[in-house]
Design a binder for this molecule. Structure first.
Ligand SMILES: [Zn+2]
Length: 240
């Protein structure tokens, strides 16, 4: 069976008003990223980090999925079992658009996690309180469920599984700075990148070779929601 592997990133949700650390009007200016998104920052000041994620969760509540989120939900329905969607986003906009099988590579904003037993639970858009305890083991070692700099991302193993199982790779709204999409594209005969900007690919040695889109078969130089019709067309051509 033919399958399509999708990796989506911040650009997908930016169009719904989810701010990112990489935007110019983004969170970098309000927060020090290493304070709020690293294991060291978490050790140094758990209250500050908790406050940061509480604000992100509250902010998410009023956001709505855009046309690209909806297109991905449509794809899941139209091609059951043939779409493997991995997202770097921690929001729930794909699920709210109707997606059921999204793999969250960097965790989920709505969930809390027990550091003692590993249990995760959904608190929707509520704030985590200082004295919240794990509903399973009652430990008060409770944290947000977003992968931090300095810790491993267990879901990354699913990237390799998805490469092995699919024959068309789509990267949407990701600059390739967190997950290098170039070596992934190299594994595929058929690939598509959707990005309004032409980003340079910087190798592990820091040298610039080509632009990221030059490693892909197809390039749509537009935002995610403006690309929906072209993307659906290419997928229909491929999956038949
Ligand atoms: Zn627990």
């Amino acid at each position: 069976m033919k399958r399509v592997m999708i990796i989506s990133g911040a650009g997908l949700s930016a169009e719904s008003g989810i701010r990112t650390f990489r935007d110019h009007d983004g969170l970098w200016e309000e927060y020090d990223v290493m304070q709020v998104c690293s294991t060291q920052g978490w050790e140094d000041d758990r209250a500050l980090v908790t406050q940061f994620y509480n604000a992100r969760r509250k902010d998410l509540k009023d956001k709505i999925p855009n046309a690209a989120h909806q297109a991905f939900a449509l794809l899941e329905q139209r091609y059951p079992g043939q779409i493997i969607h991995l997202t770097q986003n921690v929001d729930d906009l794909l699920e709210r658009a109707g997606c059921k099988a999204v793999i969250h590579l960097h965790g989920t904003l709505r969930d809390l996690r027990c550091e003692e037993c590993g249990h995760t639970w959904d608190i929707a858009y509520e704030a985590q309180n200082e004295h919240d305890a794990c509903p399973v083991c009652e430990s008060d070692r409770v944290r947000h469920n977003v992968v931090m700099f300095g810790e491993s991302a267990p879901e990354y193993a699913k990237i390799y599984a998805a490469i092995a199982e699919s024959d068309f790779f789509i990267a949407v709204g990701t600059s390739g700075q967190v997950i290098d999409i170039v070596p992934i594209a190299a594994e595929f005969d058929h690939s598509l990148i959707i990005n309004p900007k032409r980003e340079e690919h910087v190798t592990a040695f820091g040298s610039f070779e080509k632009r990221i889109d030059e490693y892909f078969e197809h390039f749509i130089q537009k935002g995610a929601s403006a690309s929906v019709d072209e993307m659906l067309g290419l997928i229909a051509d491929h999956l038949g």
